[in-house]
Write a protein that binds this ligand. Structure first.
Ligand SMILES: Nc1ncnc2c1ncn2[C@@H]1O[C@H](COP(=O)(O)OP(=O)(O)OP(=O)(O)O)[C@@H](O)[C@H]1O
Ligand SMILES: Cc1ncc(CO)c(N)n1
Length: 325
């Protein structure tokens, strides 16, 4: 009998569609392919989007979200899940119903998408509560950027352009902390965490504090990504240890889809058997390279990241089987 080829793991992304192909489901499937895993998808929302703007958002009906997840898990052996744009509280509740169909041991990576790179809101005001209450406790890894981390931890900044949600509707972090006696009330967040004090040291301290606060909401591991910091350092907290993942900052790269790519690579690496911290290192390395190699010429706005090395492959000699041009 011929040897069977090695089994390719399956990853499921539950996320929104970006018509421009830079972020969302489209970025996730590219990142999965780059890592050598098979990608399946459940679409939560359709966005009309390009590199400049989001011009429309249409939620997928909740039953259709659950049905997509059910169809995948009924047939495919899902090894890890990545969750991106949820959009509304109703969609979030549907995703929670879908997650209940999975084996409880399947790792779930949650990228708490709130605002697009172009500035459009991708999570309703009232949906933060649903995300915190229904999704975070099931998360193996949650990957907020700094503004998203502030919202999740209950410490949004007035005027923060990427995460200006009110947090009055999700008091859980403060409530729990008050019970434990370990959590500062929102008003008492240290001065080091204010935007005016954004030295690299202050950002590092804030990222660590936020990672610890979000960890109390239920995820096993928190990765506060560094794309919005002076130094692009990712901060990982696993409940015991803080690990800082450093890397060069590519200021002239193209970063549309960096967060989706990062979380999808992380999920793929968990599916391939890595632990969360090594998986976060691989995610940082691949997301950073994808920003560095980002497709600046594609669209007039922030170009899409290039996780597949498409630009590098142009001009490379054709391989057997490639179509002659
Ligand atoms: N300019 C950059 N140079 C190097 N690494 C970067 C850069 N921007 C982002 N990254 C890396 O990309 C990953 C995603 O981080 P980022 O904070 O950009 O996510 P995000 O804000 O959620 O993304 P998105 O804009 O897609 O929502 C992290 O590992 C981060 O360190
Ligand atoms: C659909 C979608 N998901 C996530 C992001 C965040 O980059 C985006 N811009 N669009």
């Amino acid at each position: 009998m011929p040897d069977l080829p090695p089994r390719v793991p399956v990853c499921l992304t539950i996320a929104g569609s970006d018509s421009g192909g830079g972020a969302g489901i489209q970025a996730d499937l590219k990142a999965f392919a780059a890592c050598g895993v098979h990608g399946a998808s459940a679409i939560t929302a359709i966005t009309a989007q390009n590199t400049l703007a989001v011009t429309g958002v249409w939620p997928v009906p909740p039953d259709a979200i659950v049905a997509q997840i059910a169809a995948v898990v009924d047939d495919l052996d899902v090894a890890a899940v990545k969750i991106g744009m949820l959009g509304s509280a109703e969609s979030t509740a549907a995703v929670a119903r879908g997650l209940a169909l999975l084996d409880p041991g399947v790792p779930v990576v949650v990228d708490p998408v709130m605002v697009a790179e172009s500035g459009a809101r991708l999570l309703d005001e009232g949906a933060v509560t649903a995300l915190v209450e229904l999704i975070l406790p099931r998360a193996t890894v949650v990957t907020p950027n700094l503004p998203e981390a502030r919202v999740l931890a209950g410490h949004p900044r007035a005027g923060d352009p990427r995460a200006d949600h009110s947090h009055a509707d999700h008091p859980r972090a403060d409530r729990e902390g008050a019970e434990e006696g370990t959590r500062r009330p929102a008003a008492a967040i240290p001065a080091a965490a204010t935007p005016t004090a954004a030295t690299p040291e202050a950002e590092a301290a804030e990222a660590e504090e936020l990672a610890r606060a979000i960890h109390r909401l239920g995820p096993s591991v928190v990765v506060v990504t560094g794309g919005h910091r002076t130094e692009a350092i990712d901060t990982v907290f696993d409940g015991t240890t803080v690990t800082r993942i450093r890397g060069e900052r590519h200021a002239d790269g193209a970063a549309h889809g960096s967060g989706c790519t990062h979380a999808s690579v992380l999920a793929a690496q968990l599916a391939l058997g890595l632990g969360p911290v090594p998986a976060a290192r691989e995610a940082k390395a691949r997301a950073s390279a994808a920003v560095r190699d980002g497709l600046r010429g594609v669209g007039a706005g922030a170009g899409p990241v290039d996780v597949l090395g498409l630009a590098a492959r142009r001009g490379a000699p054709a391989r057997p089987g490639d179509l002659a041009s």
